[in-house]
Design a protein around this ligand. Structure first.
Ligand code: GRF
Length: 192
């Protein structure tokens, strides 16, 4: 941890659009931010989110995912070199191994577009609509060795209207995601 400012060195892992990365960068630039984003890692060369890292002059790198072991070995080295204390998964589409979690030994967070434990995995909005649920939402949780199953840090609900389709629900939930990811980090770190 960077002692002079007390901010946690944070790495954000992405695979695509990067709208959650954008919201985390925005938060990290606020005066009271508890994190400093020192690294953005993508497993995809064409991840749009890399543009947000570049715009804000945050070190970023693509680690090609040939296999899990190679990827995670390279990632661990990079995290060490950058003194990373916190990992935020933000639309990172690969599963992280329990070996990696053990070796990193510091918090890893993820954001998921449903009210976990409901709708782990993909296509959450579609399943919510098919099941005619009245509410959906987003969850920030710790990453453990089971998919979308770690302890919940923060959750927020949105109402699902009869008129909602996958697109409109995704939009609503994404707005909530951008709000709760920074809040979850504050909740986690404020007591440190
Ligand atoms: C978000 O819905 C997030 O909850 C899920 O993947 C999506 C990523 O979106 N894990 P973005 O890349 O942050 O825009």
């Amino acid at each position: 941890m960077e002692k002079s400012s007390g901010k946690k060195n944070t790495a954000v892992l992405i695979s695509g659009r990067g709208s959650n990365l954008k919201s985390l960068i925005k938060y990290s630039k606020t005066k009271k931010s508890l994190i400093r984003i020192v690294l953005v890692v993508s497993d995809k060369f064409n991840a749009k989110g890399l543009n947000y890292a570049n715009k804000s002059k945050i070190d970023n790198i693509v680690i090609k995912y040939s296999n899990r072991k190679n990827f995670e070995d390279r990632l661990l080295k990079l995290l060490k070199r950058n003194n990373v204390d916190l990992i935020c998964l933000a639309g990172f589409m690969k599963i992280i191994s329990s070996n990696f979690i053990k070796k990193f030994y510091k918090p890893i967070l993820n954001i998921h577009p449903s009210l976990l434990p409901k709708y782990k995995g993909l296509n959450t909005h579609n399943r919510v609509i098919q099941n005619k649920d009245k509410y959906s939402g987003a969850t920030v949780h710790y990453v453990n060795d089971k998919l979308d199953s770690g302890k919940v840090i923060l959750q927020k609900k949105v109402k699902v209207l009869k008129s909602d389709d996958v697109r409109s629900l995704e939009k609503k939930v994404l707005k909530i995601e951008h709000e709760i990811y920074p809040k979850a980090i504050i909740k986690l770190l404020a007591s440190d």
